[in-house]
Design a protein around this ligand. Structure first.
Ligand code: ADP
Length: 545
């Protein structure tokens, strides 16, 4: 077909003569059309691409050929139109894509028939299109994957500014991620792990190291926080090696961490409850033991009391009957002895009954005291008068009981005498015949007097020294049980009274053997006026056993 054309002259493609030459050497399919759309010249490549099949000995063009001819005609008719380019997919014989450029031939140089004709270049861009299509498919696949995943992806620049962050992150924080582009993480998140202001301050970021397990909190739209855990890898320019930033994935771990925290908390709660239970159990056991021993003490007290009460009562009744019988003369020694024994038994009974009544008042918080300044010497003298007889009966040396000059103390005088009667009475009771008892007065502190009642008796075993201040408790060894009766209430009552007056009672071992009961009482200035409390019950005088 090209043989009818003049030989080529000059390099211009738009020159119709040269066009045929160029066309022959161009590897692309090239065709030259007359303005009416007739294909005037074409190279072999054009023939292969546009007329791939034959039918009844005739070349058959691909369907797109008609559109090409149509385009040529319209461009030829429009004298103002410039070069035109379009991309068309040709399906025959294989799926190939061509970019088609239409260029108008110059009237002056084109052969007569082709004045205003169009030269068509077809460039095969199938490979590029396929690659583009592949890339787009990849992108779609990835974005589908990311959309269906609860995790999110992120990328930040070398300055830590967000370049991209996936849509799933919007669902977590509750606002569009577009607003985060260009922000740094620290502008909307608080780093927990590592503890940094921003990720760019972390060692991994500074040293361009991959990381995992970084965590931060982001506020959600309902006033709470969502915990995110991210992994990341550094990005470098493939050619220059320049650091470009980081990229990675993120996971919402709010539920994990809160349930981890809840589990840990319930573990702690459980342990605390267990500890409390153990303590309560120990309390309960102690209370039970106390109740049992109080119960035991009360039972033995009752058994003891019936004996304690019956013995002197029987004596009183027996002696009274003897007197009544008139056998004895009132001026006889025997008569006087019996009268004295009756009085002794009566005092003992009164003492027991008073102790029991006092104990009942202590239990009901009914003991009231009236404090006034009183000289210790006077109190001791009064108390001594109650135990004098019993001491002399046992030939006990009491020369050191009375003190000439003692301090003044602020006490309820009657109750103070009661305390020392109890202590001196015990000293006499538990010290064997011919022993020694005494009192020492000193200062416990600048405002406290210390009055020590001592004896040369058996002493009190170390492990019982606190017990004896509990009600009904009595030491049961030979030395004690031989020393006569008692309800086991005297020390309980005495300590209670001392405390009511702002003082105390303790017991210790005497260096030379025996016991020392140490009473501390507040010191008063001599003659200080009474600071009276109203008493709900009339005070009573102490009694000796
Ligand atoms: P009671 O003397 O009536 O038994 P107390 O409460 O006065 O009751 O004393 C309790 C117990 O303390 C006595 O039974 C005795 O075992 C012991 N005790 C008290 N004072 C002395 C003492 N001075 N020496 C030895 N033991 C004592």
């Amino acid at each position: 077909m090209a043989s009818g054309l003049p030989p080529p002259s000059g390099p211009s493609v738009t020159d119709g003569l040269n066009a045929t030459t160029v066309m022959e050497t161009d590897p692309r399919p090239v065709g030259i059309f007359a303005p009416d759309g007739t294909l005037a010249y074409r190279n072999q490549a054009f023939l292969d691409a546009v007329f791939p099949t034959r039918s009844h000995g005739q070349l058959r063009p691909i369907p797109a050929f008609a559109a090409m001819v149509d385009r040529v005609r319209r461009l030829a008719a429009d004298m103002d139109a410039g070069p035109h380019s379009e991309t068309t997919t040709f399906r025959v014989p294989a799926r190939r894509t061509f970019k088609i450029d239409y260029v108008r031939l110059d009237d002056a140089t084109a052969p007569e028939a082709l004045g205003g004709g169009i030269i068509v270049y077809m460039t095969d861009v199938s490979a590029e299109i396929d690659a583009l299509r592949e890339a787009e498919a990849d992108r779609l696949r990835l974005s589908d994957l990311m959309r269906s995943s609860a995790d999110w992806v992120w990328e930040i620049s070398a300055l830590g500014e967000i370049r991209s962050i996936s849509e799933s992150f919007s669902e977590i924080v509750g606002y569009p991620v577009q607003s985060l582009k260009g922000c740094r993480f620290d502008e909307f998140a608080q780093w927990i792990e590592p503890e940094v202001g921003d990720i760019t301050e972390s060692r991994e970021f500074r040293e361009r190291l991959p990381f995992r397990g970084f965590e931060f909190n982001v506020p959600d739209t309902i006033g709470g926080f969502r915990r995110q855990r991210i992994t990341g890898v550094p990005l470098f320019d493939q050619e220059t090696g320049q650091f470009l930033g980081f990229r990675g994935t993120g996971t919402d771990v709010t539920l994990d961490t809160s349930s981890e925290r809840m589990t840990a908390q319930s573990q702690i709660d459980l342990e605390a409850t267990l500890e409390q239970l153990k303590l309560r159990n120990a309390d309960l056991l102690r209370t039970l033991e106390e109740a049992q021993s109080a119960n035991l003490a009360k039972s033995s007290f009752l058994a003891n009391m019936s004996h304690e009460l019956r013995t002197p009562l029987n004596a009183v009744i027996g002696y009274a009957e003897a007197l009544e019988s008139g056998v004895l003369r009132p001026d006889s020694d025997k008569y006087r002895q019996i009268a004295s024994d009756i009085a002794h038994a009566g005092h003992h009974l009164l003492h027991l009954i008073n102790d029991v009544l006092d104990m009942a008042k202590i239990d009901n918080n009914q003991i009231d005291i009236t404090v006034e300044p009183a000289p210790v010497g006077d109190i001791l003298r009064d108390a001594y008068s109650f135990i004098m007889l019993a001491a002399s009966r046992k030939r006990i040396d009491t020369r050191q009981v009375l003190v000439a000059n003692g301090p003044w103390v602020r006490v309820d005088r009657v109750r103070a005498v009661q305390i020392f009667v109890n202590l001196l009475n015990n000293a006499v009771k538990f010290t064997p015949e011919g022993g020694q008892i005494g009192v020492r007065v000193g200062l416990a502190a600048s405002d406290m007097a210390e009055i020590v009642v001592w004896d040369s008796g058996p002493g009190i075993p170390q492990n019982r020294r606190e017990d004896i201040f509990s009600p009904f408790i009595r030491v049961k060894d030979d030395a004690h049980t031989q020393s006569g009766g008692g309800a086991g209430l005297g020390l309980t009552i005495s300590r209670h009274l001392a405390r009511l007056m702002g003082g105390a009672i303790e017991v210790r071992e005497r260096d030379a053997g025996g016991s020392e009961f140490v009473v501390t009482l507040p010191i008063a200035e001599p003659g200080q006026t009474t600071d009276a409390n109203v008493t709900s019950l009339p005070p009573r005088g102490p009694t000796a056993g």
